[in-house]
Design a protein around this ligand. Structure first.
Ligand code: SF4
Length: 382
């Protein structure tokens, strides 16, 4: 694709979008129709919470299909981007002190708080630390079982979607005692509440709520957005047409002056979510206030092990405190990007010091990170 002008590349993807989804054109026309009927606000800001929605929007050039008064803003839906850098520092140190550190691939290159030197678990491995990528928590269980004389730590990064993957094995008693879990889990509705309460400058008029998370916690978890904040909200799937339909629903609700909650992802997400998964999660974990990287403490937005499972808890067993620590890297605007207050292209390091092959900040690491998505998909209409 090198040498192909960006606008041509995106046009190709839009063509692909229309070829695969003939109805998309009709939805785009309807979006234009409704947006033209809305005079206030002059710019309608719609936040897509989820990194996967951001990928769909960016890859298919959906921003370039929007009318001039509709702005699509990427939100905080990248768990790797908001995982405290302090956790990475701790794990790097442990990896040279007799522990095997096991991590998902996405978190493996996540930088800690250090701007230079050994910054990630990947760097630690190169310099002799014992860090490894696993594809699932069950892989971590297998590795720990096969090496009973060695201590292991699993870096549990994720939103509510991934919590059951550790909760089920823990509750079924198959996790060996030589495997600890660092619970970096963060909960999604609290960060939206935080954003609306603490960052009113974001000025959101609509929210596309995460589909995957809602399959676990339930679409109804987002009812507070229209009920308390008057923001039209749509739980959406990840196909381009899902996203376009979500935008249309939001515009319709704005036009009619009736903000509510729509579940566009009914084929997968129920209003009540997955009751069995929730039961197991909240047997193993309990909710606590938690630190979000570069952002600060967010009330009731994290999870630690309950008393019955504290023998697996990294912080309890290692004897270190889970404490907030300044972890904004010099020059990196990732926390602003995460909260929808800046675009990746407004960061002076974007595609200079910070690239997908050599990420400097956390939003350039994961496939759900806005900076990485923009860097790899070169949107034309920013
Ligand atoms: S481009 Fe890199 S340094 Fe800039 S905000 Fe994004 S992740 Fe941070």
């Amino acid at each position: 694709m090198r040498g192909v002008p960006d606008h041509v590349r995106v046009e190709k993807r839009i063509k692909e979008l229309y070829e695969k989804n003939p109805d998309a054109r009709i939805v785009v026309d309807k979006i234009k129709e409704y947006s033209s009927r809305i005079s206030r606000p002059s710019i309608i800001k719609i936040m897509n919470f989820c990194g996967t929605h951001e990928w769909t929007i960016t890859y298919y050039g959906i921003r370039s299909l929007m009318p001039s008064n509709v702005e699509l803003i990427a939100g905080p839906g990248c768990p790797v981007c908001i995982t405290p850098g302090y956790y990475v520092d701790l794990l790097i140190d442990l990896s040279v002190e007799g522990y095997t550190v096991l991590s998902y691939g996405d978190s493996y290159r996540l930088p800690g708080t250090r701007a230079t030197g050994i910054r990630s678990l990947f760097d630690a491995r190169i310099r002799g630390g014992d860090t490894r990528v696993v594809y699932s928590f069950l892989d971590a269980v297998k590795i720990a079982r096969e090496n009973p004389g060695r201590k292991h730590v699993f870096f549990a990064v994720g939103f509510e979607t991934t919590m059951p993957s550790t909760a089920y094995p823990l509750s079924s008693g198959i996790v060996p005692d030589n495997l600890l879990i660092l619970p970096a889990y963060r909960l999604t509705p609290p960060i939206m509440r935080y954003l609306l309460e603490e960052k009113p400058e974001a000025e959101l008029h609509g929210v596309i709520a995460p589909g995957h998370v809602s399959t676990v916690i339930g679409a109804y978890s987002w009812i507070f957005l229209p009920k308390i904040y008057g923001i039209p909200t749509v739980v959406a799937g990840f196909e381009p047409v899902d996203v376009l339909l979500a935008i249309l629903h939001i515009l319709k609700m704005l036009y009619e002056g009736r903000p509510s909650l729509v579940n566009e992802y009914k084929r997968v997400a129920r209003m009540c979510g997955n009751l069995e998964a929730k039961r197991t999660m909240w047997k193993v974990y309990r909710v606590v206030d938690a630190y979000w990287r570069g952002i600060g403490m967010v009330p009731r937005s994290g999870a630690v092990h309950t008393k019955d499972y504290s023998r697996y808890d990294f912080f309890d067993q290692i004897g270190v405190k889970d404490r907030p620590l300044e972890d904004k890297l010099p020059g990196c605007k990732c926390s602003e990007v995460t909260l929808g207050l800046a675009k990746p292209t407004e960061c002076p390091l974007f595609m200079k010091r910070c690239t997908p092959s050599n990420p400097y900040g956390p939003c350039m690491v994961s496939v759900e990170g806005t900076c990485k998505i923009w860097a790899e998909n070169l949107p034309v209409k920013l």
